[in-house]
Design a protein. Sequence first.
Length: 571
Amino acid sequence: MSFDKSKLPSRHVSVGPERAPHRSYYYAMGMTEEEIAQPFVAVASAGNDSAPCNTTLNAQADICREGVIENGGTPRRFNTITVTDGIAMGHQGMKSSLISREIIADSVEVSVRGHCYDALVGFAGCDKSLPGMMMSMLRLNVPSIFVYGGSILPGTYKGEDVTVVDVFEKVGQHAAGNCPLQELIALEKVACPGHGACGGQFTANTMACVGEAIGLSLPNSNMAPAPFRSREEIARAAGSQVMELLKLNLRPRDICTKAAFENAARVVAATGGSTNAALHLPAMASEAGIEFDLFDVAEIFKSTPYIADLKPGGKYVAKDMHEAGGIYMGMKTLLDGGFLDPNPMTVTGKTLGENIEEITWNPDQKVFYDVAKPITPTGGVVGLKGSLAPDGAIVKVAGMERLKFTGTARVFDCEEDAFAAVEKRDIAEGSVIIIRYEGPKGGPGMREMLSTTAALYGQGMGEKVALITDGRFSGATRGFCIGHVGPEAADGGPIALVEDGDTISIDAEAGTIDLEVDEDVLAERRKAWQPRMNDYQSGALWRYAQNVGPAREGALTHPGAKAETHVFADI
């Protein structure tokens, strides 16, 4: 396959007499004249030793190079960071998590821009690195393929499959005096048996499903667990196929249309996916210049059947989904039921509908229900709006029996205080726990609250209280837990005005969340309210707080494609 470099970004660093100094660097790395004359393909890896989610990514990225070379390209690998939520969870480190999404997208962007790469294959394994990598692809708009590193295999404890969420919940049982310390220690040693990201339909696997549904990943590539040898074939295929995309000049924004984002939101709801998708999909859409906020996502969630029996609301994990036929098996029945648009293009060079046509429905698999007989008729994730959240909120209802809750507020101004009260069992049944000043700006960083919610569940309080925050929840969270409340407390939203004892009503069926306090009382509280200064007055967290926008629009730190005057791919 031959390419005309005069139309590719890499001409700026490799073509013409004036680029002799640039070429001297390539010769220094052992490259040949032929390799310098070929398209340069960025192979971006979020691999590192931070957590098992990321430990196989560099090896997969190296195999991807082989596919690029076999199809006439010259691979250039580089790395980006991750912040792994399972380790950052429950302390100040979680403030770095959502910020890492922007740093990942920015670092991939500046590396590709600086070195004028012509195409991109991105490998990611942990929650924020998936949307971060896909955001960079949409921002740069060079031909791109996203590859998920794969999930962890389930651990085994007392003959049953377990995940890290069982450990978080066991902490709550231990605090409640219902679990000996030795049992907790025994579980922590077997819950995560090797490489890969969390196995349930938490944020990583949710966004991995999004990668396929939105068309940026090869079909049925992302659910193969990290330890499986098939991951090598997937990595090599991605390297080869990105060269085909370069030949076709098929770019991410040709693939990720408004209809593709709607398809992705359907898949999130149908699988009972992470509420974080309602943050990441708007952020990704902004990179493509598409208006798609929390309310657009929630509207789709409202009419989508919940069909995947996956943890934390159900029984199965990603390995089971892979063995059932991957997310394409679920998309097969969604398309048959009229819930997906078959027309968006994908990285195969075919439409989503054409890819799905190659799938045969397996009636013997147990993970996906037929849409004609769903687990529940509406999605596993619900958007809310009301006097407590005029700019919206989100709740995961997959596996929940109780969809309405009215209780009295118990207010905390940070997660640590709430967690301490839970540990002391100082939370009454019927309480609506408010954790505020944890939003994108107020945290800063919009922390997840898995430690607190898992501890509540471990104490048997998961369905007896509700928890509301302007922060986020892990995709692993279960129970009546409402996040992304907007406007956030730092912006003086209604959540900043709640006081202990106020009545709050939530109705996940009607999609409402209301603070039952007279408007004249709220007006007096509003007059007395003062903005708060957080402890992060320099560095990355300060810079993030200055720039970040509302959760409703994806917690963005720049205007997105709508403000562009040119696209990198066209330089």
